[in-house]
Design a protein around this ligand. Structure first.
Ligand SMILES: [Zn+2]
Length: 390
């Protein structure tokens, strides 16, 4: 892939515009998905009498199934309701749901009927907040129904391509917590990279927060309220806000101190980093929602944004092993860890090892996706239309 191609790919992603020593293949960003076949046949073949499978046959998403996709939250009420309604509609119409295309999209005659029904529901909702919540919950409900029995719950790859055994977990420094603020359209997407962060660091250190899902947003904001505004920042190139560098964020006070016990350190000095995980156009709305909430909570919509310093990653880019383009979400997190490692107060806590764990998992993901494309006879070099990349 030539440099021009790479820069075209990068221009559509919101986080960072950096040089990339190893270009990503076009399909890594490509939203075109492998057909998600209907999975009830699979479920029947593999069905035991477990509660989860029985619940699935009845059209219920169990707490276990929900949390298996990468969250510790309760099952969102509206997601449960929509799954229930979809199953009800299936019975009413005596038509089976089938999913395909871009992850969780309904297909066939069921789709036509469901489309009418969900549009009417959407139109009848009184305000934009309710509409967003319905939109997000419906996306997520469809993605769960379309992916169950097909995708590995941990790595979001088709089970035959599961990469989990190759991912090495690692403890994240307790002074840092990542929040993956994810657009519903990126949920259960095979080439999503945000999922890598909780695969490596665990769901308590890198937590999923789905945009427009009140249960998730409440959990995230409750943590921010406890932490205080100075402990929250967003990796987002907001032109109208004052951009902080990584150094600015941690200059305010020392993060490590011999007098602070590790447990206190975690509660009182954890810095929360929001990583917006969505397309460029979706990210703007997602950031606006964060600003609106910041104004409600702190009376000030100026949510601090930080930008990574391209100069600080010069050494990083000279390394012999593949280095990742920082425009993808997990690589942005790796870039952040790389910069923090350069600050004196962090020099002894091995953030570089944590960064390497993320980069390794990204390499594993790219390999898994590449192998899949090759096996399916798909090109890994063809050019891609700009509208299809992210
Ligand atoms: Zn897996």
């Amino acid at each position: 892939m030539d440099i021009n191609m790479v820069s075209t790919l990068l221009s559509t992603k919101p986080l960072f515009q950096f040089h990339c020593s190893v270009p990503l293949p076009f399909w890594f960003w490509n939203k075109t998905r492998v057909l998600l076949a209907r999975h009830y046949g699979y479920l029947r073949r593999h069905s035991s009498l477990s509660n989860t499978n029985m619940a699935q046959e009845e059209g219920v998403v169990s707490l276990q199934e929900w949390q298996g996709w990468g969250t510790t939250s309760p099952l969102p009420t509206m997601v449960a309701q929509i799954v229930h309604d979809l199953k009800g509609l299936e019975q009413d119409l005596d038509a089976h749901m089938s999913f395909g295309g871009n992850g969780g999209k309904l297909q066939g005659s069921f789709r036509i009927q469901e489309d009418k029904k969900h549009r009417a529901t959407y139109q009848a909702l009184a305000d934009s907040e309710k509409k967003l919540q319905f939109y997000s919950a419906r996306q997520i409900a469809c993605r769960i129904l379309g992916s169950r029995g097909y995708l590995c719950q941990k790595c979001w790859l088709p089970m035959e391509d599961c990469m989990c055994s190759e991912v090495t977990s690692c403890s994240l420094f307790p002074g840092i917590r990542f929040w993956l603020y994810m657009h519903p359209k990126d949920f259960l997407r095979q080439n999503n990279t945000g999922k890598i962060l909780w695969q490596v660091f665990g769901v308590d250190a890198a937590s999923l927060c789905l945009y427009g899902i009140p249960e998730h947003e409440e959990i995230m904001w409750n943590s921010f309220k406890v932490a205080g505004k100075s402990k929250v920042c967003c990796l987002y190139p907001n032109k109208s806000a004052v951009l902080k560098s990584v150094q600015n964020v941690f200059d305010q006070e020392p993060v490590t101190s011999d007098e602070v016990a590790p447990s206190e350190l975690k509660v009182e000095t954890t810095q929360h980093f929001i990583l917006i995980d969505g397309t460029w156009s979706n990210s703007a709305a997602m950031f606006r929602r964060l600003q609106d909430k910041a104004k409600l909570v702190w009376g000030d919509e100026d949510l601090p944004c930080i930008s990574l310093n391209p100069g600080a990653s010069a050494m990083h880019k000279l390394r012999p092993q593949p280095s990742w383009d920082r425009t993808c979400t997990a690589a942005a997190a790796a870039g952040l860890l790389s910069e923090l490692q350069l600050l004196p107060q962090f020099s002894s806590i091995e953030l570089d090892k944590q960064e390497e764990a993320v980069e390794h998992a990204l390499t594993v993901l790219l390999d898994a996706l590449t192998k899949r494309r090759v096996r399916m006879g798909r090109s890994i070099t063809r050019k891609v239309r700009q509208t299809n990349i992210r």
